[in-house]
Design a protein around this ligand. Structure first.
Ligand SMILES: O=C[C@H](O)[C@H](O)COP(=O)(O)O
Ligand SMILES: C=C(OP(=O)(O)O)C(=O)O
Length: 465
C-alpha cells in the first residue's frame, strides 16, 4: 500500500510557494471498488512481481511537466488556446519504431501548423502516444468459426493473434509497455526538441505520399505562406530560430490500474501524487462510473485528467464527475472529451454544456469525433466516414457557438501512414478499398491526408467563430 500521511506539502500557486500539511492520501482506495475492463490475470503472483518491478522504474514524465500541461489546458479553458490530441487507437510493441513515431509526429505537427496558421490559435499538442497500449472492449471474448477466446485488450495485456496462447493476459507485457513508452517518448522528445519540429522545416514534414494528395497540396501552399511570414519576421529584426522547438505532451487512457498505480509517485517538490506514465491520462466512456475504481484512482493523482462522455451522459453525471475529479475547480485539471456521434451531438451536447457552464465549472471541452461514428462495412471491417467525423466536429462548434462557450479542441485517432481504414477524404477511399491497407488492431484511424483534411476544416470552423 502506498500512502502519504502527515507530510508537508509545498504548493506552487501563481508563483508563490505555499507550505501546508497534506491531508492523508491513500492511493490504494481504488482497490476496494469495482474496476471495469480489467484483464483476468491468470497468474496473480507474476502480476505482483511485475508491479513491484514497475514501481522501481524511473518516471517517464516529470510532475513539473504535468503542471505545465495543466497551465496550457487552463488557457484552453479560458478560450485562449486549442487542444490537438491524437495518435494511434492502440499502439503496438512492434509499432514502436523510429519510422512510425516520426510519421505520427509529422502528422501531428502538420495538423498543428494548419490549426495555428489558418485557425490563428495557439495549439496544445498532446499525443495519444507513448502509453496507449490498452483497450477497453465491448465484449470480453471474441468468437471466430465457433472458437471463443479472450478479446484482444491491447499489447499491454495480450497478443492480437487469434490463438489461446497469444490471448492469455501476460503481466510481463506491462513491463514491455513501460519500455516501449520510454523509447517512444525519448524519440518524440528528440524530434520535438532537436530541430525536426523547427518551423523552418514545414516543407520537410510534407514529403512522401501525402505531398501528392489534395490536402498535401493545400498544405504546401500554406507552408509557402509561412516561409514568407518567417522571412518577414527576420526582415523586421525578429529571430525565426525562436520557433526551433515545440512543446509535446504524452497521454493515454488510464485503463489498467495495476500499471497506472505502479507508476504513481510522490512529487518531491510538492509531496503530491502524480501518475508519471504520461503527462495527461483520461478515463474512458466504459470506465467512468462515479463509484468505480478508475474515477477513484484519477481523483487522487494531480495530472491533468480527461473524461470521455458518450451520448447517454446526463448533466447530473457530468456534474458529479466534475465534483469528484476537480473539487477545487482548478482550471486545466479537467478536460471533458465528448464523443456523441454526428447524428446526436446537436441534441445531446447542449444540455451538458449548459448545466456545466451554469455550475461555474472550469473545464476544457474537447471533441472526439471518432468513437461515436464507428460502423461495420459489408466486408466486416470496422470503419468511420470522414464526412461523419467532420459533421460531428461542425456540430461541436455549432453547439459551443450557440451557447457562447469555447470549443476547446479535438481528440482523434490517426496514423502517419497511408492506411485505408476510414472512408472518404480528398483522396476518396471507398468501402471496397478498406482491405488494401487495414492495419489497425482495434479501431479505424485517419490516414495522414484525411488528418490534414480534418485540420483544414477545423481551422475554418475556428476562424469562422
Ligand atoms: O477504441 C475504443 C474501444 O476500445 C473500441 O471502440 C472497442 O471496440 P469493440 O467494440 O470492437 O470492442
Ligand atoms: C476507447 C476509447 O474511447 P471511448 O472510451 O470514448 O470509447 C478510446 O479513445 O480509445
Amino acid at each position: 500500500m502506498i500512502s502519504i500521511r502527515g507530510r508537508v506539502a509545498v504548493r506552487m500557486e501563481r508563483g508563490a510557494i505555499r507550505y501546508g500539511p497534506v491531508s492523508t492520501i491513500d492511493l490504494d482506495t481504488w482497490r476496494h471498488l469495482p474496476a471495469a475492463q480489467q484483464p483476468d490475470w491468470p497468474d496473480r503472483a507474476e502480476l505482483d512481481r511485475v508491479v513491484r518491478e514497475l514501481a522501481t522504474m524511473p518516471p517517464l514524465v516529470f510532475a513539473g511537466e504535468c503542471d505545465q500541461l495543466k497551465e496550457r489546458l487552463a488557457a484552453v479553458t479560458r478560450g485562449e488556446a486549442f487542444v490537438l490530441q491524437g495518435g494511434d487507437c492502440a499502439e503496438t510493441f512492434s509499432g514502436a519504431t523510429a519510422d512510425n513515431v516520426r510519421n505520427k509526429l509529422k502528422t501531428l505537427l502538420q495538423m498543428a501548423i494548419v490549426l495555428t496558421y489558418a485557425g490563428r490559435v495557439p495549439v496544445v499538442k498532446i499525443g495519444r502516444m507513448a502509453g496507449q497500449f490498452a483497450k477497453p472492449r465491448s465484449k470480453p471474448v471474441e468468437v471466430r468459426d465457433g472458437v471463443e477466446l479472450p478479446a484482444y485488450r491491447g499489447d499491454m495485456v495480450n497478443g492480437f493473434d487469434f490463438t489461446a496462447e497469444a490471448r492469455r493476459p501476460d503481466p510481463a507485457r506491462l513491463l514491455r509497455a513501460y519500455h516501449c513508452s520510454a523509447a517512444t517518448l525519448n524519440l518524440a522528445r528528440a524530434f520535438t526538441k532537436g530541430g525536426y519540429a523547427d518551423l523552418r522545416q514545414v516543407h520537410a514534414w510534407n514529403q512522401d505520399f501525402v505531398a501528392e494528395s489534395p490536402a498535401g497540396q493545400r498544405y504546401e501552399r500554406l507552408a509557402r505562406e509561412i516561409d514568407q511570414a518567417l522571412a518577414f519576421i527576420k526582415a523586421c529584426g525578429g529571430d525565426p530560430s525562436e520557433f526551433h522547438t515545440v512543446e509535446f505532451y504524452s497521454s493515454h487512457e488510464a485503463l489498467i490500474l495495476e500499471y497506472e498505480s505502479a507508476l504513481t509517485r510522490i512529487d518531491s517538490r510538492t509531496g503530491l501524487p502524480y501518475d508519471v506514465s504520461a503527462h495527461m491520462v483520461w478515463i474512458g466512456e466504459r470506465t467512468r462510473q462515479l463509484d468505480g475504481a478508475h474515477v477513484e484512482f484519477a481523483s487522487k493523482i494531480r495530472n491533468p485528467i480527461g473524461v470521455k462522455l458518450g451520448p447517454t451522459t446526463t448533466p447530473e453525471e457530468a456534474l458529479a464527475l466534475i465534483e469528484k475529479l476537480n473539487p477545487e475547480n482548478e482550471p486545466g485539471r479537467l478536460t471533458l472529451i465528448t464523443r456523441m456521434g454526428a447524428k446526436k451531438i446537436r441534441d445531446v451536447l447542449p444540455p451538458l454544456v449548459e448545466k456545466v457552464t451554469a455550475n461555474g465549472a472550469a473545464v476544457a471541452w474537447v471533441c472526439d469525433p471518432m468513437h461515436g461514428n464507428t460502423f461495420e462495412a459489408p466486408s466486416g471491417h470496422k470503419t468511420r466516414r470522414l464526412d461523419d467525423i467532420l459533421d460531428e466536429v461542425a456540430g461541436f462548434f455549432e453547439v459551443h457557438h450557440a451557447l457562447g462557450t469555447h470549443p476547446g479542441g479535438i481528440h482523434i485517432e490517426f496514423t502517419g501512414d497511408d492506411v485505408t481504414e476510414c472512408v472518404g477524404g480528398g483522396h476518396e477511399i471507398v468501402e471496397e478499398d478498406l482491405a488494401l491497407r487495414y492495419e489497425t488492431t482495434c479501431d479505424p484511424r485517419l490516414n495522414r491526408s484525411q488528418s490534414l483534411d480534418l485540420a483544414f476544416r477545423v481551422a475554418e470552423l475556428y476562424r469562422a467563430r
